[in-house]
Ligand binder design. Structure first.
Ligand code: ADP
Ligand code: MG
Length: 233
């Protein structure tokens, strides 16, 4: 809990309204929410060294307090296969940022494990001035964006509530494995929802949270948060 509060304090001190990706992911880890492994680096040499340690393929992402949607400005590079690729993509991201967001302050780069494709789901949260925090669940892609097929619950929720939330969405059969090759790890998603609810109870300052996407794997193989955004009041 101490470290969690320290992260929030740092963000406040820097007059920021949102956590950088690595801060948001660290907060998730502190509440037992599994995230794609990543390390913040400052230089190309460091990036290559860390990529070796994490193991290829890796992902490279820009970290900046002035960039919320990283891929919109060419700040995310996936599936980098070797040190040469790390160097090239590092420079390419720098170029993209210079071109499209010249005033952005650069905190560094995230070197991240490239996680395998899974069934994509989204877990979110908002704080309502009247009801307090609510958690949201939805399947990724068109289910959320086009069909608005999502479910909500007021915090705190139990594991049983979490399971009901997942079952309520029309996309639930997809997680059960309908035409997608076997059931997905629904329990892992239940744990994430439950732990997000715990996080919101402890950290009242969170105004909005967006774990998008979360990759969900076969039953027993877990799930992993790939991108995390957290806004404060
Ligand atoms: P943005 O700030 O643009 O939302 P993301 O971190 O979500 O950036 O990256 C964009 C997309 O790249 C994600 O939606 C996901 O499909 C893919 N992606 C990002 N990180 C990883 C990763 N570590 N492993 C696999 N795919 C990833
Ligand atoms: Mg994202």
């Amino acid at each position: 809990m101490k470290e969690a509060l320290r992260i929030i304090e740092t963000v406040r001190k820097q007059n920021r309204k949102f956590l950088l990706e690595h801060e948001a992911k660290r907060l998730c880890e502190l509440f037992n929410i599994p995230v794609a492994k990543s390390v913040l680096v400052k230089t190309i040499e460091e990036a290559v060294k860390v990529a070796d340690e994490i193991g290829y393929p890796v992902v490279l992402k820009i970290v900046s307090p002035d960039i919320v949607h990283k891929s919109d400005i060419g700040g995310v590079k996936l599936n980098i296969k070797d040190p040469e690729g790390v160097k090239e993509n590092f420079l390419e991201i720098m170029e993209n940022v210079k071109k499209r967001k010249p005033k952005a302050r650069i905190e560094g780069f995230l070197v991240q494990e490239m996680v395998p494709q899974g069934t994509e789901v989204i877990v979110g949260a908002i704080k309502d001035p009247f009801f307090g925090h609510a958690v949201m669940f939805g399947l990724g892609g068109i289910f959320v964006e086009v069909l608005r097929d999502v479910s909500f619950r007021i915090v705190p929720i139990t594991r049983d509530d979490a399971y009901q939330m997942i079952r309520e969405t029309k996309a639930y059969p997809i997680l059960e494995g309908y035409r997608t090759g076997g059931p997905r790890d629904v329990e892992a998603v239940v744990e994430i929802l439950f732990n997000v609810s715990r996080m919101l109870e402890k950290i009242k300052a969170i105004k909005e949270l967006d774990l998008n996407p979360i990759m969900v794997y076969e039953k027993g193989k877990g799930a992993k948060v790939v991108d995390a955004r957290i806004f404060l009041e």
